[in-house]
Design a protein around this ligand. Structure first.
Ligand code: NAD
Length: 352
């Protein structure tokens, strides 16, 4: 008789502390670069995945979402929230954790924090879309919304797409200052701007990454010149957008999963029949991306479950041979599989 779980039922768990150790061991920009390749590889096998819009539970001030997917071999889900008012009370807007499981047995393969992992995968996804769609010779990145996601966005764009010059704007001057300090320390050329208009001046790529649960207008039509690529990633909920509708009408729009983006993305401002292109098709060469130097391309990124799947698979491989996880006893493991009751009773005997 054993009261201890056997190794086969223990599940690797990556805590926030261990995630930070892992990222430092590998190097943040190396993690972002590897994650970018993993996200793109999985986009390119899009038909292999089960896809449903995420399951969202809305309240007046935020949302809690479950994001499941499977490629038939592995299953993943993420629990994630979005509460823009949280930062006022010292809490984060977005936190997450998630799980990867083996489809053949249904047993978990990995349980992990996903707040940091989400920042990495969201930055990697922007980098994938930007690589496919940005104008030739792009160097300058305008980043509007300088919160938790922002440094990761800027660093992924530098390491993957060579955007070493970044122009920052946020309605909170303290957020600009923090982001600028961090990015200068990482070697980026940073310009702190007093308005969104100033930030987009001379930019080839614009990323909007703000948090406000309303139809916001971070960019107006006059601010977006010909040839720009935009990543709009902060508008990711019904009633929460960042771009003026006129920008959408002048842009070629690229999305992850149209069924989810029409509910949550910038395109909720358009009719259900407005044409959009699925990013995976561009990556696979099945649909055109940027066709000319004057075209405005818009990646209406809301975050999709396959990106979390990619992040979890990357992590499972990354922890191999390192000391960056613990083993958790979260799966019952009776000696005889059907004797769950017997396992419980034997444990009781040990307690008395
Ligand atoms: P955060 O709260 O840490 O940062 C948001 C920043 O936006 C804050 O600094 C705030 O001052 C600024 N801001 C708000 N309104 C603004 C405005 N009008 N102009 C300029 N700046 C403004 O949030 P975060 O974790 O960085 O997330 C940013 C957004 O990205 C959130 O809306 C979040 O839901 C979204 N998000 C999307 C994805 C995705 O996959 N698409 C993933 C993660 C987060």
């Amino acid at each position: 008789m054993t009261l201890m779980p056997s190794d086969k039922a223990l599940v690797p768990f990556v805590s926030v502390n261990n995630m930070m150790r892992l990222i430092h061991q590998i190097g943040l920009e190396e993690c972002l670069a590897r994650m970018t390749e993993q996200v793109e590889r999985d986009f390119r096998r899009w038909p292999a995945f089960d896809k449903v819009p995420r399951v969202a539970s809305h309240s007046e001030i935020g949302v809690i979402e479950l994001m499941p997917t499977s490629d038939g071999l592995r299953y993943a889900f993420k629990y994630v929230n979005g509460h823009p008012v949280n930062t006022k009370s010292g809490l984060q807007t977005v936190t997450a954790f998630g799980l990867l499981a083996d489809v053949a047995t249904g047993y978990p393969l990995l349980l992990t924090e996903m707040t940091l992992l989400t920042a990495l995968r969201t930055a990697a996804t922007s980098a994938v879309a930007t690589r496919a769609l940005m104008p030739a010779g792009a160097e300058v990145h305008a980043l509007i919304g300088n919160g938790a996601q922002s440094e990761f966005q800027a660093l992924a764009q530098r390491s993957v797409n060579g955007l070493g010059r970044v122009r920052l704007f946020d309605t909170d001057a303290g957020a600009i200052a923090r982001c600028a300090r961090n990015l200068r320390a990482a070697g980026l050329e940073v310009t702190e701007c007093g308005s969104a208009e100033a930030a987009v001046e001379g930019a080839h790529v614009i990323t909007t990454c703000t948090a406000d649960k309303q139809y916001a207008t971070i960019l107006t039509d006059n601010m977006v010149g010909a040839g720009i690529h935009i990543n709009a990633i902060g508008g990711d909920c019904p009633g929460k957008t960042e771009l003026h509708r006129d920008i959408l009408l002048r842009s070629d729009i690229f999305v992850e999963f149209p069924e989810q983006t029409r509910i949550e993305g910038e395109i909720q401002q358009l009719g259900d029949d407005h044409p959009v292109t699925e990013l995976w098709q561009v990556l696979e060469g099945a649909a055109p991306g940027r066709r000319d130097a004057r075209q405005i391309t818009l990646f209406d990124g809301v975050g999709f479950a396959t990106e979390d799947f990619s992040a979890l698979c990357w992590l499972l491989e990354a922890i191999e041979g390192r000391d960056c996880h613990e083993m958790l006893d979260i799966i019952a493991d009776p000696d005889e599989p059907r004797d769950l009751y017997g396992m419980l009773m034997r444990a009781g005997a040990g307690e008395s």
